[in-house]
Design a binder for this molecule. Structure first.
Ligand SMILES: Nc1ncnc2c1ncn2[C@@H]1O[C@H](COP(=O)(O)OP(=O)(O)O)[C@@H](O)[C@H]1O
Ligand SMILES: [Mg+2]
Length: 375
């Protein structure tokens, strides 16, 4: 069912956790709320779930109004028919897998045969059918999270809310369960809101990503759209663009690296008080390997060997640093202190404002580093 959030604000005392948010999630769509810790993701979910009373706004699911501040409507959480999965597994260790998943149906007084069929179907769906009779405490973290997932799905909720459900799991398991979740979501046509601070997880699971900063959605779009065209340097930074350099405008298609004479040719950009050139490390080439674009000379600061690849940190005239990826096939052949010639294609550079202009200036943290987060 479609979820509509209009003008949603949640304040904790003076602290505004969610600011005037508008968001529509289509029937069967998976929207991922992505953003730094503290940006208001969980607060948004708790408002939709009915675990928090918003300061103002309106929330509907399908035709049903769950919350409307103006009309004084506030449907209690247990009457919202929402499936929820959180970071902590919240399953009952003294019950079996079957009993855990059957629990909500028991509460609903679903008939025994019907309940049994639904539980087994759901366990089948999450790959736990053969564990039905096992004690829940004798499961791995990933299996426990599948039980939590099954317990939500068995209710046939009209929508699903998942708040960092994989973040307690180790990397391999997280990866696998992520794929399974996406499959389940598509198979059941679940309308879902998924929260994470992990950009890779967001890219993998979303039909659309809603980037949140300071209680607002600052950009929303398909994963490739957000990844390829972030609206601001702080969003690009969050999405793992390794090189964010302070620049000043020269003309429509040129910028100067701050504190230096180095001018870069760039695609057309919009002027803003604070501009940053954003470049992915893999887009910076060894000069001889290509032609055109910007040819620059830099000095190697460090080289970090990673097996299949290496990350070089190089310094530009003026002091700004860049991270450059080298590989077996395109080594830089240079050690610390040596000069290298690099090439950056014009369209590999995005000149962006530091922040989306509608975010409140005062509490926006600036990107302090001139370049580089290696690793
Ligand atoms: N129960 C609470 N009381 C007061 N402030 C809270 C409470 N829960 C969250 N906050 C604050 O609201 C903001 C958003 O928090 P949260 O929604 O948990 O962020 P996220 O899930 O994106 O990490 C943060 O500044 C946080 O400190
Ligand atoms: Mg949270």
């Amino acid at each position: 069912m479609q979820i509509t959030v209009e003008g949603l604000t949640l304040q904790y005392g003076d602290n505004v956790a969610v600011r005037d948010m508008d968001l529509t999630i289509g029937e069967g769509e998976s929207v991922v709320l992505l953003g730094q810790s503290g940006c208001g993701k969980t607060s948004t979910m708790r408002c939709i779930a009915g675990l928090e009373t918003p300061t103002t706004g309106r929330i509907t699911v399908g035709e049903r109004v769950l919350f409307d501040a103006a009309k004084g409507i506030n449907r209690p959480s247990h009457r919202r028919n929402i499936g929820m999965v959180f970071q902590s597994y919240a399953i009952w260790p003294h019950m079996t897998v079957f009993e855990n998943v059957a629990f909500p149906l028991t509460m609903q007084r679903t008939g025994k045969a019907d309940a049994r069929r639904r539980v087994m179907e759901t366990l089948e769906l999450v790959g736990l059918a053969e564990f039905a009779d096992r004690g829940a405490s004798k499961l791995s973290g990933g299996q426990m999270q599948r039980v939590a997932l099954a317990r939500s799905v068995v209710m046939q909720p009209s929508i699903m809310l998942l708040d960092e459900p994989l973040s307690n799991l180790d990397a391999r398991l997280r990866h696998r369960l992520r794929g399974d979740l996406r499959e389940l979501q598509q198979q059941l046509g679940l309308t879902s809101v998924y929260v994470t601070h992990d950009q890779e997880e967001a890219l993998a699971l979303a039909d659309r990503i809603a980037m949140m900063q300071h209680g607002r959605i600052v950009q929303i779009g398909a994963p490739d759209e957000i990844y390829n065209r972030p609206r601001s340097a702080s969003i690009a930074d969050f999405l793992g663009v390794g090189n964010i350099i302070e620049v000043e405008p020269v003309d429509a298609t040129h910028v100067r690296v701050a504190g230096s004479e180095l001018t870069l040719q760039v695609p057309a950009y919009e002027r803003a008080p604070e501009l940053r050139a954003c470049i992915r490390g893999e887009d910076i080439l060894v000069a001889e390997d290509a032609t055109g674009g910007n040819e620059i000379t830099a000095t190697v600061v460090t080289r970090e060997f990673l097996g299949a690849s290496a990350i070089y940190r190089v310094e530009l005239p003026g002091g700004a640093q860049l991270e450059v990826y080298g590989s077996k096939h395109r080594p830089l052949h240079a050690g610390a202190g040596q000069e290298v010639r690099l090439r950056i294609a014009v369209d590999a550079i995005q000149v962006l404002p530091l922040d989306v202009d509608d975010s409140p200036r005062a509490d926006v943290p600036t990107i302090a580093h001139q370049a580089v987060s290696v690793g």
